[in-house]
Design a protein around this ligand. Structure first.
Ligand SMILES: Cc1cc2nc3c(=O)[nH]c(=O)nc-3n(C[C@H](O)[C@H](O)[C@H](O)COP(=O)(O)OP(=O)(O)OC[C@H]3O[C@@H](n4cnc5c(N)ncnc54)[C@H](O)[C@@H]3O)c2cc1C
Length: 387
């Protein structure tokens, strides 16, 4: 028997997060969007409340102070997070990358725990001007010199790179082996000589936090700055991104789309033209129906893949399918919502135009739609479709 019911605990968790997002976080959206800065005092207050309610760093294991959620619960929570902006999610609920669980010895006290407690901000630097989709072709290198590693190279588009207290940097330690044992992750502190934030890179959306180009010029870091094992960096990233991709792209897309659908269905009932509510026009109904159908489909995909992760499986193909379906669905739903609102949808008086811009990047980062389609195609051609 397949049981789709949620436990009372999960239901309560979702309701708590939903209410918190609606009453505490969404009210900060307009000012954040207008000034590209989250109002500092309000942020302090809301972040403290999120911590008090146990809503901070929920993606991390309980034994290190995180929420210890199953993947299904994590996705349900992220669905609610998706109903506000990315900048606010990062700051209010935390941005602890799961690969930090590879911290060992003093790294635990220095990086892992303070990040989970929200005292340190971490950025993840993989992409380079010359290496995007083909991440294994990076040229940032780390050369061993006595008790140090010497980093050289440039990373770009790094979210929070401008303000991060430390950065997880992916570098080449063996140019022959590359993804097969030649890539290592390093923990690099802000202010380390030779590490500079060269510039911020303004984006189409995601106002409220920065993306930066980072330069490492003979940057010397101690040998204990290696995260995980030397040569194991690519594997570590690939293992950790699975749940991130599912929750941050898949589940959040369901959340943002559900919010857009809720706005359009209400408006369709209220707005009158030609003597009747616009929701009575079949062409408007189609915009709503198609959105509801697509959100349902993606939500089921997210839940199915999350369930497999909870069973200890690694549903790589399914997560790639979710990544494509969710990001593209989200764009279509928000676009339809703008259409239902007519001119109002295009104004900055509603969050829809922000959602439209913010949604666009989900087809690009964390592997573009083309890359994930390529992976799905390769696997399907080789193995057939295994659902
Ligand atoms: C807002 C934002 C935040 C980001 N945050 C981070 C971050 O925090 N850390 C980080 O490391 N990176 C980050 N990135 C980088 C992001 O992951 C890359 O932009 C993404 O991986 C794509 O790489 P690229 O931009 O170099 O595009 P390219 O790889 O150059 O791709 C260009 C086009 O070619 C297509 N293409 C490439 N290869 C193939 C192929 N084999 N088959 C078919 N089509 C192909 C792509 O699909 C795309 O359409 C961020 C990017 C943005 C925009």
């Amino acid at each position: 028997m397949v049981d789709f019911s949620l436990s009372d605990e999960s239901r309560l968790l979702v309701e708590t997060v939903r209410k918190f997002v609606e009453t505490e976080v969404q009210p900060l959206e307009d000012e954040t969007e207008l000034n590209a800065v989250i109002p500092p005092e309000a942020l302090k207050r809301v972040k403290a409340k999120a911590k008090e309610l146990g809503l901070f760093a929920m993606n991390m294991p309980a034994e290190v102070g995180g929420g210890g959620l199953s993947c299904i619960d994590h996705c349900l929570v992220e669905e609610e997070f998706g109903k506000t902006s990315d900048a606010l999610i990062r700051r209010v609920f935390g941005q602890a990358y799961p690969m930090l669980m590879a911290c060992e010895g003093e790294q635990i006290e220095k990086y892992l725990l303070p990040t989970i407690q929200g005292d340190l901000i971490c950025a993840m630097a993989i992409t380079e001007p010359g290496a995007g989709s083909d991440a294994a072709s990076i040229s940032t290198s780390a050369r061993r010199e006595g008790d140090y590693w010497v980093l050289n190279g440039t990373k770009h588009f790094i979210s929070d790179g401008d303000i991060a207290d430390y950065v997880i940097v992916m570098a080449l330690t063996d140019s022959e082996k590359r993804a097969r044992g030649g890539i290592t992750l390093f923990l690099v502190d802000k202010g380390t000589p030779g590490f500079t934030v060269a510039r911020t890179q303004p984006m189409m959306g995601h106002r409220g936090y920065g993306h930066a180009e980072l330069v490492f010029d003979n940057c010397r870091i101690p040998t204990d700055a290696v995260l995980g094992e030397v040569g194991n960096g690519f594997k570590l990233i690939m293992k950790s991104v699975l749940e991130i991709r599912l929750a941050h792209i898949g589940a959040r897309a369901v959340g943002m789309s559900t919010r857009a659908l809720d706005m359009m269905r209400r408006y369709a009932g209220e707005r009158r033209q030609f003597g009747q509510s616009i929701g009575e026009f079949q062409m408007v109904q189609k915009l709503i129906a198609d959105s509801a159908i697509e959100i349902f489909a993606v939500k089921m995909m997210v839940m199915n893949a999350a369930w497999e992760i909870d069973q200890g499986l690694e549903p790589r193909d399914k997560v790639s399918m979710v990544k494509v379906a969710a990001s593209e669905m989200q764009g279509r739903v928000v676009d339809r919502a703008i259409q239902v609102f007519g001119g109002m949808g295009f104004t900055k008086e509603l969050p829809l135009e922000r959602m439209y811009r913010d949604a666009r990047v989900t087809r690009i980062y964390d592997g573009t739609s083309e890359i994930h389609r390529m992976l799905v195609a390769r696997s399907t051609i080789k193995n057939g479709l295994t659902l």
